[in-house]
Each structure stands twice: as C-alpha cells, then as structure tokens.
Design a protein around this ligand. Sequence first.
Ligand SMILES: Nc1ncnc2c1ncn2[C@@H]1O[C@H](COP(=O)(O)OP(=O)(O)OP(=O)(O)O)[C@@H](O)[C@H]1O
Length: 233
Amino acid sequence: MLDVGGLVSGYGRIGVLHGADLTVGEGSCVGILGHNGMGKTTLLRTIMGLLPARAGRITLDGTEIQRLPTHARARLGLGYVPQGRLIFPALSVLDNLRFAILAKGTAEAAILEEILDGFPELKRLLERPGGALSGGEQQLLSLARALCGRPRLLLLDEPTEGIQPSIVEAMVERIHGLRRRGLSVLLVEQNLDFIQALSDRILLIQRGRITREMPPAALADPALVQEFVGTHA
Ligand SMILES: Nc1ncnc2c1ncn2[C@@H]1O[C@H](COP(=O)(O)OP(=O)(O)OP(=O)(O)O)[C@@H](O)[C@H]1O
C-alpha cells in the first residue's frame, strides 16, 4: 500500500534522511525503532508532506504522492498522529473533533458517532477543554482526531510517550481494533512492549536509512535491543 524509495529530506542545510526505503503492506503494521535523532519523526513528516522530499519516491496504492500537499495526501488516505499530541488546548474535546471533521469536509454527525463509539473515554469528556485532559486522554483525542479523516494508513509518532500503563493498554486494544477493520499502520515508538504487541515487522533506522528488518520476537534479545534502541545516538 505504501512504498517509499530513496527518500531524502532534512531541515535547511541539515540532511536527516539519506535514502530511506520501506514498504507497508495493506492491513499490516510496521514498527520503526531507532536511537534519538536518527530521523524517525522526519520520516513520518516527509511521508505526510509536512516536510518536502528532496529526492526519492513515496507511492500510496500505486500513486506517486511525494509532490502532493498534505491535504491531498490526507484525502488519498493518510492520517497522522504527531508526537506531542497537537490538539487545540483551548477548544473542547467536541470542538477538537469537529474541527478535524470540518477539515475533511464530510457529514459531521455520522463520523462523530462512529468515532465516539470507539472512544468511550472521550464521550464523557466532550465539553472539557483539550488542555484540561490528562496526557493519556490527550493522546486518545489526538488518535480520534486523526481517525475523523477516515484514513486507510495511519502514521503514529510515539503514541505512548509519557502516558500511564493503563492508557498504553487501551491504545493497544484500540489500534488492534482498527487493524481488524483494515487500517494499516506505520508506527514510530520507543516502548518495546507496545511496538512488539502491534507490529508485524520491525524496521531499524540508523542515520537516516532503514538498515535492518526483524520480526517482533527479536525484541526479546536484550543485546540486540541495547545495540539498536535507547537514548544515545
Ligand atoms: N525543525 C528542525 N530544524 C532543524 N533540525 C531539526 C528539526 N527537527 C529535527 N531536527 C534534527 O533532525 C534530526 C532528526 O530528528 P528527528 O526528530 O527526525 O529524530 P527522531 O529519530 O524522531 O528522534 P526522537 O526519537 O528524539 O524523536 C535530529 O538531529 C534533530 O536535531
């Protein structure tokens, strides 16, 4: 479904991705692991069109999208949950969701009902300002917002960062549920249990390139984890 080849991007004169290659098959979940600063967020932002690709190709279901603006990529089925839950803190939960639906331009009531059925935790918080939610609740809102666009492939950037274990479990359940309904996922994550629970394949990113692929079971090997994951570049 997603095919990325030779992707190059960065910030100003700083190169970050130096020819990244990866694929995500229809209905599958691919996890990306790597030390801090290796380019995981940059990879997702470039796929979503928030950063321009300087070279390389991004193909979604056979259509080249690397030159399309972000909203066109969203219309073709890409959804993005950025790191750090970029919700509107002053808007209520309901208005945060409405805003996302407005951006999609589809019938509000039907989508709202569908989304809230999947997020019972948010249903009782609809009038509360987004900024007054706990970190985990904000993360669920951020996920719910991305789903308002009815994506077929979801790009998830460290969804468990700074949230309590019970919400991590809820996120795993939620994402499993979405996958059962056919959603594909590209997941950047430092939480090894989370990435192992969700991914069919795990890719390692080192200095802006995908250098290795491994099955999720390989994360049981502490030496391997020590070598490729962690906080030091
Ligand atoms: N807006 C920016 N301007 C300049 N350099 C940036 C910018 N954002 C990120 N970088 C640099 O690009 C490199 C890759 O950053 P990126 O956020 O993609 O890494 P990451 O693998 O997602 O790291 P982390 O796990 O810490 O989120 C880093 O060296 C970072 O300092």
